[in-house]
Every structure is written in structure tokens, then in C-alpha cells.
Design a protein around this ligand. Sequence first.
Ligand SMILES: *[C@@H]1O[C@H](CO)[C@@H](O)[C@H](O)[C@H]1NC(C)=O
Ligand SMILES: *[C@@H]1O[C@H](CO)[C@@H](O)[C@H](O)[C@H]1NC(C)=O
Ligand SMILES: *[C@@H]1O[C@H](CO)[C@@H](O)[C@H](O)[C@H]1NC(C)=O
Ligand SMILES: *[C@@H]1O[C@H](CO)[C@@H](O)[C@H](O)[C@H]1NC(C)=O
Ligand SMILES: *[C@@H]1O[C@H](CO)[C@@H](O)[C@H](O)[C@H]1NC(C)=O
Ligand SMILES: *[C@@H]1O[C@H](CO)[C@@H](O)[C@H](O)[C@H]1NC(C)=O
Length: 496
Amino acid sequence: MFQHLLSVFLVLLLLHQFTFVNSKRELVTTPPLPVLPLPTYAQLKWQQREIIMFLHFGVNTFTDSEWGTGKENPAIFNPVGLNANQWASVAADSGISLMILTAKHHDGFCLWPSRYTDHSVIRSPWKDGHGDVVREFVNAAKSRNIDRGLYLSPWDRHDPRYGHDLAYNQYYLAQLQELLRNYGSIREIWFDGAKGPNAPNMSYYFGDWFAMVNELQSSINIFSDAGPGVRWVGNENGFAGSTCWSMINRTSLSIGNASIVGYLNKGDAKGTDWLPPECDVSIRRGWFWHKSQKPKELSELLEIYYNSVGRNCVLLINVPPNTTGLISETDVRRLKEFRNALDTIFTTNLAEKSYVKASSRRGGKDGGFGPENVLDSDHLWTYWAPSDEDDKDQWIEFSEENEGLRFNVVRIQEAIGLGQRIKRHEIYADGKIVANGTTVGHKRLHRLRQMVHAHKVRVLIKGSRELPLISSVGLHFDPFWHPKRALGGNETVLGE
Ligand SMILES: *[C@@H]1O[C@H](CO)[C@@H](O)[C@H](O)[C@H]1NC(C)=O
Ligand SMILES: *[C@@H]1O[C@H](CO)[C@@H](O)[C@H](O)[C@H]1NC(C)=O
Ligand SMILES: *[C@@H]1O[C@H](CO)[C@@H](O)[C@H](O)[C@H]1NC(C)=O
Ligand SMILES: *[C@@H]1O[C@H](CO)[C@@H](O)[C@H](O)[C@H]1NC(C)=O
Ligand SMILES: *[C@@H]1O[C@H](CO)[C@@H](O)[C@H](O)[C@H]1NC(C)=O
Ligand SMILES: *[C@@H]1O[C@H](CO)[C@@H](O)[C@H](O)[C@H]1NC(C)=O
């Protein structure tokens, strides 16, 4: 009896506590509706990586060429010091979370022991023909918690089936199945439309290939000129358009069509498909390692970063292993400098302690969409939203009455989980315009022509698809940026 009473008492106590908590809970304002199209989960993950590493490696590494002929003797492939753990360490130390390897380039030589050809590591002296570069790459990346991606060149200058549509497409699909079934989770697969002049009419059965990829891998992004996961940016310099939408009309795209590069570079404000661009560029002039080449200067890498990541793209930087099978020390050092520079510039947000206000806020003071959200560490799901009535020239303003704000870089990020919206924006320092632009997207960076010292900094939205939603704003100092030098030595740097 006593026990029974006790349990009744406990139940009552629990119920009481439950209703107590419930009645105290503040209900927050609902988020605004999204503006379609939206990214998929895999696309959103990909975008947040910001920098991906490409590794071009194969017989070309040993012949000092960029495009092999397909006639290379597999005996030349002998990277005696190959250590994929070094590749993974270099990536990890550079803050890179995905690496993509060329499993096969245009020359047709396979870095894994494919059962469908003997033009592969099997016939090389490396590990007496028992090696598997793809396996070593995958294992090393896994051990450093780095995701894996692969490139399997459609163009094949070695295989005799190339040029025969049915036989070659079956061969290609067979290899896709080997790579996507036997090497664990693959997060990105890279396709291009390059074709041999000997077989200009060769058709690639992209429809079959993509369906097979999606069947075998659940969180993969398919890269090609036309997606469907990620699109090419239209050049190999690493530069996106100063207007760059993640949206585009896939129906206007085709793979290997030179007349669409401008469209790929900018995207389409009215585009019906979410298909963001990836900027592929090599740390050196060539894609494969050449003894005679050197890595790009730090200033060039930063220029590329501002024009790719800083324009709503992901940067795919190629770092080619050398004939030893290792990433050269010069490249390792340059990547480290690059990472250190990015950390130096972006770790500190000079606006962090400033007072922030906005033209309006959704749901009023306690709605949960206040402008202070742009200064927290969540750059996606907490954001400033103006009120529904605030439908023209919305703004957000940072003030620092005493010391003022000193910066030469402005960073703006949209809450892209609810669609890409901003069409035009301007930035003012104490009422004077210091930068302007069109799209923002995941991240927009402005390097200013001069150091700015101001007490009030305002970001003004001059046009957007529905209301703008801003997830983060940063004011930064880039000590590596010398506009004086970059602009030819004549620009007056006004200082403060
Ligand atoms: C490719 O197709 C075109 C047009 O159908 C034809 O004129 C040409 O001879 C073909 N080329 C080859 C190499 O088969
Ligand atoms: C290439 O793109 C242009 C412009 O969209 C289009 O008119 C043309 O038909 C495309 N060519 C091919 C081969 O798909
Ligand atoms: C893309 O598609 C939308 C919707 O059909 C259309 O309004 C827009 O004009 C298209 N863009 C181009 C460049 O054709
Ligand atoms: C490749 O890079 C490694 C590591 O930096 C270096 O020790 C080796 O000498 C390089 N090999 C060649 C051929 O340059
Ligand atoms: C930025 O300002 C310049 C100079 O006033 C103007 O020519 C340009 O059109 C503006 N760009 C945007 C996107 O507003
Ligand atoms: C630099 O200044 C000199 C002298 O004032 C002038 O002649 C020259 O045109 C300027 N160059 C540039 C790139 O503005």
C-alpha cells in the first residue's frame, strides 16, 4: 500500500514538473518560408568544406606530361617512396576534409588492379604488381578522418574498346562499379566530357553512369559541367563570376559544351536547379607533377581563394604527388602558408564586440531572428531575418563608438539552407560606400582598396529574391593584401 502511494506521488510530481516546464516555455517565431530551389544535404555538406584537394597522379607523373598517349609502358610507374599517409597529413594540416584522386586519367592507366584491363598497377614494378594506390589513398584518408572522392576519366587513350559505344560504356560502367563498391564511402565523383579526336562521335552514357553512381553511394555529389550534384565553374583558373548563383537551369547545360562556360561561371538568378560551382585549379601550372614547375605564390593562392570561396564556390586545389610518390616539400610549405594566412585573416572577427542593429527583425525583440545572430559561430542555421513588412533596402549595422573598427576585408554569408536570395548589396563605413556587389550566397568576400577605420559599418541589401537572410558578417584584417602593389603602384592608400 505504501509503495502504491509512493508511485502515485512520484507520477504526480512528474506531471507537475512537466506542466510547470511547459507553461514557462516561450514559443519562438517560426522561420520564414524557403525560396526554392534548395541544396540537398550532400550539397550543403560539400559547400561547407570550402577547400577540397585534388591529386593528379599516374604515368604522366613519370613521363613529364599532362596528357598521356595511352602507349606508356606500365613499367615506368614506380613510386618507390609512395606514402598516402603523407598526402592525408598534408590535407589534414591544411584544414581540408575531402581529397579526390585520379583513379584513371586520359591515358587509361589504372591506379587500382582493375579486373577488366591489365593496363594498371598490376603490370608495374611498384610493389611487384601487388600495389593498389586507390586502396592506400582511401585507407590513409580514412585514418585522418578525411572524406574520399575519385576521378575516372571517360576519355581513354589506351583501351581498344574506346570508340565503340556499347563495349566502351560497358567497360566504363564495370570500372565504376569496382570503384564505388569496393572502396567504402565516396563523397564526390568527377566527370568531364573530354573525348578523343579519333572518336569524336563517341557517346558517353552519362544517364546510365549517374544512375549507377547514385545506386552505389548514398551521400555522393556528382561533379560535371552539368552536375547533377556540383557544376564546373567554366574555367581552370579558380575564378567564379563576380555574380555567382548556386542556381542554374540544368536543361540548358550539356557536358563538354564550350558555349556554356559563361553561364556556368555566373549561374542564373531564375535557375530551377540548385547546382553550385566548384573551382578547379592547380597549385602549379600543370595538373601533374613536373620537376621544372613550382607552386604558385601565396598572393596568387589568396587571390584564388577570394575569387572562389569568396564568391560562393568551393575551391578544388590540385596538389600533385611527385615521382617518389610524395607531395613535394615546396608544395607542402606553400599549403601551410596558405592555411596560416587564412587563419590569420579570418580567425578574428573585428566586429565581434560591436553593437549591432538592423532595419527590422522578424518576430520582434524576442523572435530569435535578431541581427546579433550574424556574430555567432553558426554560419548556417542562426541568422538575421528582417520582418515581413521590411520589404525594401534592409540593412544591418555594426557600431563601435570608442575605438572604431579597422579592417580591409568584409565577409557576408547567407542562410543558404533557405535558398540563395541576395541580388545586390552595398557596404558603408561612416556613411561612405566602401564596397558593393551582386550575389552573396554561402560566402562573399570583399577585399577593400584601402584600410578602413570607421565607427559605423552598414551592410545594405539593395535587392533580393524574397527577404534576405544573413547568417554571418565579419570584418577582418588581411595583412597580406597590398592593393597598392596589386593595382600597379599608383593607388593612393588613404589610411584612416
Ligand atoms: C562523326 O559523325 C559525323 C556526322 O554524323 C560524320 O560526318 C563523321 O564522319 C563521324 N566521324 C567519325 C570519326 O566517325
Ligand atoms: C551547347 O550549348 C548551346 C547553348 O546552350 C546550345 O545551343 C547547343 O545546342 C549545345 N550543344 C550541344 C552539342 O549540346
Ligand atoms: C531558367 O528557367 C526559368 C524558369 O523556367 C526561366 O524563367 C529563365 O529564364 C531560365 N533562364 C535562362 C537563362 O533561360
Ligand atoms: C618528392 O617529395 C619528397 C617530399 O618532399 C622529397 O623527399 C622527394 O625528394 C621528392 N622527389 C622528387 C623526385 O623530387
Ligand atoms: C558598384 O558601384 C559602381 C560605382 O558606383 C557601379 O558602377 C556599379 O554598377 C556598382 N555595382 C553594383 C553591383 O551595384
Ligand atoms: C601612375 O602614375 C604616373 C605618374 O603620375 C602616370 O603617368 C601613370 O599613368 C600611372 N599609372 C597607372 C597605372 O595609373
